[in-house]
Ligand binder design. Sequence first.
Ligand code: GLU
Length: 494
Amino acid sequence: MSNSVRVRFAPSPTGFLHVGGARTALYNYLFAKKHGGSYILRVEDTDEERSTEESMKMQIQDMTWLGLHWDEGVDPSTFGDKGDNGPYRQSQRRDTYKQYVDRLLESGKAFYCFMTEEQIDQKREQLKAAGLPLQLKSDYRDMSLEEAKAKLAEGEAAVVRFRIPDQNKEYTFNDLVRGEVTANSDAVGDFAIVRASGMPVYNFVCAVDDALMKITHVLRGEDHLNNTVKQIMILEALEMNLPEFGHLSTILGPDKSKLSKRHGATSCDQYRHMGVLPEALLNFIALLGWSHPEGEEVFSLKNLEENFSSDRLNASPAVFDETKLKWVNAMHLRKLSGEQLWAEIQPHLDQAGLSFDKSSEWKAKALELFKPYMELLSDSVNLFAPLDDSKFAIAEEATEALTWESSPVVLQTWLEILRSHGGETLSEEDFSEAQNKIKKDATVKGKFLFMPIRVGIIGKPHGAELKILVPLMEKSSLIERAEKALEKAKSLQS
Ligand code: GLU
């Protein structure tokens, strides 16, 4: 394939960027990279009721976060145009569409239709009763353009419909994912291309823009298969170039029904907030309908760019498995340096109100110890919370352990060990020795030994392993915490 490959991602700004949308964006991006072509972002905002500026901005932000940068399209920083084939927001292209609608009207390939909703419904009922397919043939398909214009001049409302050729015509195209796909013209009724409001509809603007923007390949979700025939009809009627098409597999939830909000998080934004890394999300969604030639499961965007090819796209539905996404994320987390990982968890710690004024060595050490327990960046909150002194408190559920008769002695002994310890911190071995000494000196074992110590360190009877936490804490902080626990134990027993 030559350098003139041009692909596009064309989201409708009617909500968040869905993981399915992100996958379409990714495959288009990779297809362009593979062929040294251009990747274009076009915003399909002709549905005036559902499209919002806010949604467009959020989707652009998510795509930028994912690192799927486009060569042409809506500029991610100014939201103006970047490239020579704009405007890239369809709401700004109405004059262009009008010229092509007029062309179809004048050549008789489209017509004004004055049927009301009720009349259309009635017609459908009749077709249904006669056992015929529900393809609409408008009553106005043979009205002359002059007559129609006269009616419009009288103030009557009309949509513009595409005139489906009467004959039983087969449309066949070679789908990049599914091979040969055939549809019959009779499967499609006279469909609307311009609403009564004057705004053209998706199938029309999408086909015209693909031609005007010189798009060579259209990779999009399988749910658009039925639109493809209509778009081919429009392009043929306008004598414009046809792109090649590829329809990507459907994404299913774990119960094998189409992935939807019912299944939980489905937007990129939700995964970002949960603490999924952009590269991990890309890695995971790349495998929903495509497989790596070396069978690799964990890879970078760069690796994907080097290994992607559309012939490994698979038409069978893909199941979205969140457990696997977390595993992939854990694998990516572990590859980050301490500094990089700290920068990633920082927003999650900030949001939880945790702060650590610590050296970069301390941070790197803590992360090295916690990494094996982290799948999501947000897991850092529970792991780090016990280390923030300002958050230390004796929890309600710790009361029982502090009422045991031996607990004050245990805590007192622990305090004495801490006070006589020479260093600023305790190593894992120091802590293990301390526990043995307390066991001997206070003559306690089992839960009577471990629980009060735990409460004296983290304020709770359960939680992360102390041998990991203790070496990350200052001796002075351990002393303060033990004093508070001892005080509480004494007050409970007095
Ligand atoms: N705006 C359409 C959507 O979001 C794009 C379909 C296409 O790629 O042609 O589903």
